[in-house]
Design a protein around this ligand. Sequence first.
Ligand SMILES: *[C@@H]1O[C@H](CO)[C@@H](O)[C@H](O)[C@H]1NC(C)=O
Ligand SMILES: *[C@@H]1O[C@H](CO)[C@@H](O)[C@H](O)[C@H]1NC(C)=O
Ligand SMILES: *[C@@H]1O[C@H](CO)[C@@H](O)[C@H](O)[C@H]1NC(C)=O
Ligand SMILES: *[C@@H]1O[C@H](CO)[C@@H](O)[C@H](O)[C@H]1NC(C)=O
Ligand SMILES: *[C@@H]1O[C@H](CO)[C@@H](O)[C@H](O)[C@H]1NC(C)=O
Ligand SMILES: *[C@@H]1O[C@H](CO)[C@@H](O)[C@H](O)[C@H]1NC(C)=O
Ligand SMILES: *[C@@H]1O[C@H](CO)[C@@H](O)[C@H](O)[C@H]1NC(C)=O
Ligand SMILES: *[C@@H]1O[C@H](CO)[C@@H](O)[C@H](O)[C@H]1NC(C)=O
Ligand SMILES: *[C@@H]1O[C@H](CO)[C@@H](O)[C@H](O)[C@H]1NC(C)=O
Ligand SMILES: *[C@@H]1O[C@H](CO)[C@@H](O)[C@H](O)[C@H]1NC(C)=O
Ligand SMILES: *[C@@H]1O[C@H](CO)[C@@H](O)[C@H](O)[C@H]1NC(C)=O
Ligand SMILES: *[C@@H]1O[C@H](CO)[C@@H](O)[C@H](O)[C@H]1NC(C)=O
Length: 566
Amino acid sequence: MYGRITFVVGLAVANALIPDLHMRQAVGSPSPTSEPTGGSSLGGSSTGSGSGSSSGGSSGGGSPEATGTTSASLPIDTNFSPEPFSFNEAATVNSEALASAASIAGTPATDIPGATIPVQPLVSPNPETTRGNFTGSATVTGAIAKGALNGTISALPPNPEATVFKANGILQSNQTIPFQPAGGLGTNGTEPVYRVQSDFDYQSLLLGLYQEWIELDLFKDILNRFSEADFAKLNLTASDRFLVEFMAEQENGHATLVSNLLGGPGGSTPQCSYHYPYETLDEAFDFAAKLTQWGESGVWGFQAHLDSRESAQLLDQSIATEGRQSMIFRQLGGLFPMPVWFETGIPQSWAWTYLAPYIASCPSNAKRLAWQNFPELHILNQPSAALVNASQGASAGGSAGNTTKTSSNETVGWGPAAPGSEAAAGNASCTLTNKTGDSCGGSISQNHSIPLSFPGRQVFLSWDAPGKPVGPNNSYVTSTLAKDPKFVVWVSQLNVTYSPLEDIKLVPNGTGSGTTLQPDISTFEGDPAINGTMFIGLTDTDDPFSMFNLSSINPHVVALGLYQAG
Ligand SMILES: *[C@@H]1O[C@H](CO)[C@@H](O)[C@H](O)[C@H]1NC(C)=O
Ligand SMILES: *[C@@H]1O[C@H](CO)[C@@H](O)[C@H](O)[C@H]1NC(C)=O
Ligand SMILES: *[C@@H]1O[C@H](CO)[C@@H](O)[C@H](O)[C@H]1NC(C)=O
Ligand SMILES: *[C@@H]1O[C@H](CO)[C@@H](O)[C@H](O)[C@H]1NC(C)=O
Ligand SMILES: *[C@@H]1O[C@H](CO)[C@@H](O)[C@H](O)[C@H]1NC(C)=O
Ligand SMILES: *[C@@H]1O[C@H](CO)[C@@H](O)[C@H](O)[C@H]1NC(C)=O
Ligand SMILES: *[C@@H]1O[C@H](CO)[C@@H](O)[C@H](O)[C@H]1NC(C)=O
Ligand SMILES: *[C@@H]1O[C@H](CO)[C@@H](O)[C@H](O)[C@H]1NC(C)=O
Ligand SMILES: *[C@@H]1O[C@H](CO)[C@@H](O)[C@H](O)[C@H]1NC(C)=O
Ligand SMILES: *[C@@H]1O[C@H](CO)[C@@H](O)[C@H](O)[C@H]1NC(C)=O
Ligand SMILES: *[C@@H]1O[C@H](CO)[C@@H](O)[C@H](O)[C@H]1NC(C)=O
Ligand SMILES: *[C@@H]1O[C@H](CO)[C@@H](O)[C@H](O)[C@H]1NC(C)=O
């Protein structure tokens, strides 16, 4: 199953054949349990090996028929052409604000530097944004793509020049001007141009804009759904509500900045409609902390690779704020604010995989993404921030859980960021105590005496088959290029590490289950690497990857999940 990319019958998927990938996969030993199926999670659509292939027979030497596997194609769309989107870019002077500034200063506004400079308006959120599941059907499907897609990116040795510079405290090169050491990029006087410069830049920032738009809606939803009394139950006040409101405004500013970097209306995309898995305020904080974490880590994963350093500069300045938001949601939810020394980075396709399940639909003039959606990896015993003792599980409250040793599920809702369930927590809920360290009442810092997880914890996993429709209008489809899963990759702080996948059970329909042990690794002495909201995946390899080349792991990823280690 994992050796193949399966075609989703019945969806308007534009298919592209990738002979090289088929060749590579075909050599791998096929899963013992794998039967020719459509691999689809769309009930009733899979009818056998040739079924649904629109291109399998038309290819040359690398064709899957030649190697004895089923025909295969990817959920991609090579024909996308966007409808126009526009927003008001005309900068104006707000005369009311001007009058107010002048009256406070007791000087004419024209004397206050900058006061009369026109300001760009915010890109308006979509007034038709709704909340709830999408019920229609997709009109277009798949990640956008271009070209024959038949190349490979092979691993190369390091650039020999990268080890030449002598780092010994002595200046190595003559300077052009005093006080300015030689080197650096963008330091030669060239005027900066703040716009994307390549498809890589554009698609990375477009993904960033999808993220900013959901955050704006999410923060508003938290304020709309939960009252001051709900906040008070978590020891939170009107000032805390104002903080959430202010964070929503920050998101509108970020969406405007990213829209500009994308080249203005022609490159920007409107806000979508969303559905959220939480039911209580504490669950909403848990969800928001997870969502902002992949928002932050998603950008750290690509910002150093952007062609446009100018865009990277401004984007970083918005993502620093995003990182603070993630920390604040941890504080509002009573978690220790920052349990790590370094924030990690993840590839764009990972961030898109985590985000897509929460986007219900987008307007027809939305731009589309080129990134991959991986199948979902379910953490069956996800550590729950809703519990006083997450190791014990809800069993203390009389229910069946014992999350350290069993696969009991104590989350609510769906998707990789499903929050710890307050209902499942029952009497063991941390909302039922005000004891510092046990409570999940809002606080600048709660030093939890009982950590959410620990090294050596057995983690129970199951995963979806590829071919599941996800994301806006169900118009993207999960896929994998990997063979059978053998390892779990843990991405946290500065580290990419593996643990063996054990008790593996593969099911012919492409799903499966297994367990692994939470590793015990450190960045440096005194900093356990695995903590906070972190990223895990199933892989067919334990080849070494690191922060700067992590996207090269993508062809080896079977499924992706989020793990709440602390
Ligand atoms: C795959 O098979 C398992 C075990 O038989 C079953 O529980 C699951 O619902 C099936 N999934 C799909 C998508 O058909
Ligand atoms: C909404 O969709 C999610 C999966 O995307 C599903 O788990 C959930 O049950 C749906 N909710 C409703 C009310 O249909
Ligand atoms: C990919 O396909 C194109 C068009 O079929 C061909 O010109 C090109 O040489 C191929 N590239 C590789 C790396 O096979
Ligand atoms: C650096 O400056 C010194 C002193 O002016 C000069 O002799 C030397 O040629 C310069 N080196 C280079 C690489 O320009
Ligand atoms: C200045 O640096 C940029 C890259 O940062 C380069 O493209 C450009 O050619 C350089 N200009 C000069 C005059 O060296
Ligand atoms: C938390 O639960 C675990 C597992 O039941 C238990 O070993 C541990 O003593 C508990 N910790 C506290 C502080 O109650
Ligand atoms: C959890 O399960 C383990 C192993 O089955 C058992 O030793 C432990 O006592 C259980 N803890 C609770 C609180 O039920
Ligand atoms: C856990 O339980 C919730 C609520 O019953 C359900 O929505 C969710 O899908 C379950 N998660 C897993 C991984 O089984
Ligand atoms: C904790 O304290 C807050 C503020 O005094 C209060 O509103 C809340 O009810 C208390 N919660 C519990 C479980 O005692
Ligand atoms: C919640 O607020 C109450 C009243 O101010 C205080 O006594 C209690 O310690 C607080 N709880 C936590 C967990 O901070
Ligand atoms: C995470 O960090 C917190 C705060 O330092 C610590 O109490 C906890 O033990 C750590 N958790 C793990 C899994 O290392
Ligand atoms: C984790 O990352 C740090 C910093 O790059 C490195 O020194 C350490 O060896 C890594 N540990 C593992 C187990 O990969």
